[in-house]
Write a protein that binds this ligand. Structure first.
Ligand SMILES: NC(=O)c1ccc[n+]([C@@H]2O[C@H](COP(=O)([O-])OP(=O)(O)OC[C@H]3O[C@@H](n4cnc5c(N)ncnc54)[C@H](O)[C@@H]3O)[C@@H](O)[C@H]2O)c1
Ligand SMILES: O=c1ccn([C@@H]2O[C@H](COP(=O)(O)OP(=O)(O)O[C@H]3O[C@H](CO)[C@@H](O)[C@H](O)[C@H]3O)[C@@H](O)[C@H]2O)c(=O)[nH]1
Length: 466
């Protein structure tokens, strides 16, 4: 079949995979090739066990793969034939060097950009899909111009991705908005329209927003900062609720009814996780510092500090409640992913919790419906984390909530998986040491029912944390 347009996506991760799979499913006449330097990841995309769990994703990949959707490690071939190139590589927080702990590591963006410059033999529209600091497109332009053939030119667009994990396919098929930033030149605006026309196949025109390049780049950081700020705000209020006897769910509901505030992202929790919020706020903090705006930097940094406080506060309440010691006690952790409906554990609050409990010499039994044991081992033992000996001695990964709760002193819900709402808690209570404590870090449990069974219940923001 001959295709009208060819798209290459560099980076076959949580964003590149789902985003481009949806483009392929909506545009039969466009050939989409997703490339990555990670052979194992590409092999998985080409197998029956795709590397990412996301509701609805598998169906789309299986329907399009081999027709107009391809996964490959041949990065150069995909660049050569593409009209549009999405750069969707990782941009983690820098661990060492200048800006360590705050700035985004742009090494992967630069490597991908240099590859495009070296390989391209015809005009390309290069699209920043990754989340990047404001004005990254300028650096990309300089790299492209300095390293490409004289007869090849590029247009750079910013097209940040707003999907949330667990609802990625729904978000991509029906986005609140698609944002495309470009230079305000004739060529820039033409490139912007070319990309807009791809999205226009399924996204209503009024939801395709076009802006200047720097506005688009900054909007991505701003959106995540504003969303995370709401969670830190409600979590800060949850501490006041516990100290006063107010109920955070009631406060959140009543505040959210004000149409100026709205109900979303006001669910108190054990703290936000995921690969984006903390990273992107720290990125914004670094940007503010670099621009000599210390008050602005401090303001956004407080959102992250509040999140750390919430995790610490919850972990401490567990130890305090269990009579100030959990040494050799058995603790059941329900949920290890950073939110429900994903197997992703990046920055999951569960990692911090389990590390904390292991330092107190507790035995941990973990169950999560989607996170494999190998991932938990990795998350808890790599880098400055727990040593493998301690892990092997203390941590047991279980294949059901019931096995995980067998013989424990406390059950702690850390991810809001639906199945945790309807477990047979009588059965769980029967197998636990007494008093049987249950901690709800997600405000999803049927507390009144649990109390009747005999549990000691402790819920964030409900005035019953001691
Ligand atoms: N995860 C999300 O929900 C989400 C949502 C919106 C935006 N983002 C942003 O999108 C970007 C990608 O995030 P992700 O979660 O998909 O990351 P990821 O780590 O899952 O995937 C990135 C992929 O890029 C590949 N890669 C790195 N350098 C490469 C190169 N030079 N050539 C080819 N492949 C290369 C890696 O091997 C990896 O497979 C980040 O900037 C992130 O902040 C993520
Ligand atoms: O009221 C809430 C809402 C969320 N969370 C937690 O916040 C974290 C992030 O959740 P969510 O935003 O739903 O998932 P992400 O996949 O991290 O998506 C965010 O980060 C992405 C990457 O940049 C953006 O594209 C999305 O728009 C943005 O929502 C998770 O730990 C949630 O449990 C709460 O504690 N309370």
């Amino acid at each position: 079949m001959s295709f009208t347009t060819k798209i290459c996506c560099i980076g076959a991760g949580y964003v590149g995979g789902p985003t481009c799979a949806v483009i392929a499913s909506k545009c039969a006449d466009i050939k989409v090739t997703i490339v990555d330097i990670n052979q194992a990841r590409i092999d998985a995309w080409n197998s029956k066990d795709i590397p990412i769990y996301e509701p609805g994703l598998e169906e789309i990949v299986f329907a399009q793969r081999g027709k107009n959707l391809f996964f490959s490690t041949d990065v150069d071939a995909a660049i050569l034939e593409a009209d549009l190139i999405f750069v969707s590589v990782n941009t983690p927080t820098k661990k060492t060097g200048m800006g360590a702990g705050f700035a985004a590591d742009l090494a992967y963006i630069e490597a991908a950009t240099r590859r495009i410059a070296l390989v391209a033999k015809s005009h390309k529209i290069v699209i920043e899909k990754s989340t990047v600091p404001c004005r990254t497109a300028e650096s990309m332009r300089k790299i492209l111009d300095a390293n490409s053939r004289a007869d090849v030119n590029f247009d750079i667009l910013s097209n940040p991705e707003f999907l949330a994990e667990g609802t990625a396919i729904k978000d991509l098929q029906n986005p609140d908005r698609v944002l495309i930033g470009s230079m305000q030149t004739e060529a820039g605006l033409k490139a912007q329209q070319a990309l807009a026309s791809v999205y226009a196949r399924w996204v209503p025109k009024e939801r395709i927003v076009t802006t200047r390049l720097w506005s688009s780049e900054l909007t991505k950081l701003a959106s995540n900062a504003l969303l995370a700020q709401r969670i830190s705000s409600i979590n800060a209020l949850s501490a006041i609720c516990e100290a006063t006897g107010a109920d955070v769910d009631e406060v959140s509901y009543a505040c959210g009814l004000d149409s100026r505030i709205g109900p979303k992202f006001l669910k108190a929790s054990v703290g936000f996780g995921g690969s984006c919020f903390q990273k992107d706020i720290l990125n914004l903090v670094y940007l503010s510092q670099s621009l000599h705006l210390p008050e602005v930097a401090d303001y956004w940094n407080q959102v992250v500090l509040m999140n750390e406080y919430q995790k610490r506060r919850f972990a401490e309440s567990v130890v305090r409640t269990l009579f100030n010691t959990i040494t050799n006690k058995n603790i059941c952790i329900l949920g290890f992913a950073f939110k429900k409906d994903t197997g992703d554990t990046r920055e999951s609050a569960a990692i911090a919790m389990v590390k904390y409990f292991l330092k107190e010499n507790a035995n941990i039994r973990i169950y999560d419906p989607k996170v494999p044991a190998s991932q938990m081992l990795y998350d808890l033992t790599v880098e400055d984390k727990v040593d493998v000996e301690q892990y092997n001695k203390r941590v047991t990964v279980c294949d059901s909530a019931y096995t995980a709760a067998d013989g424990v002193d406390a059950v702690i819900v850390l991810t809001e998986w639906d199945e945790f709402k309807t477990l047979d808690y009588k059965r769980i209570y029967g197998k636990m040491n007494k008093p049987a404590f249950i901690f709800d870090g997600r405000l999803i449990l049927p507390t009144a029912e649990l109390k009747k069974i005999g549990f000691q219940t402790i819920t964030i923001g409900k005035g019953d944390v001691e």
